[in-house]
Design a protein. Structure first.
Length: 79
């Protein structure tokens, strides 16, 4: 009999984080993306405000993900 995978912990072990680490990282990305979204929304109405803020936040997040090789954990070759 084969054991069914534990979907709750499979992702955590795949990226090498504990539940607490993953929680804090996910909250960090949520807050940063929400900040970028709010800045982009304000910029849509008032184009002279937050001209580069949203793109700078997203660029910083992308750099952080590539530095920690987080994107590799989600590549299609890993399955």
């Amino acid at each position: 009999m084969t054991r069914s995978p534990n979907y709750f912990t499979a992702h955590l072990s795949n990226i090498g984080e504990s539940y607490g680490q993953h929680f804090l990282h996910a909250i960090y990305y949520f807050v940063m993306l929400l900040t970028a979204a709010v800045c982009a929304l304000i910029h849509a109405f008032l184009p002279f405000l937050f001209e580069k803020t949203a793109s700078q936040i997203i660029s910083k997040l992308y750099s952080k993900m590539t530095e920690t090789k987080l994107l590799e954990a989600y590549s299609p070759s890993k399955g």
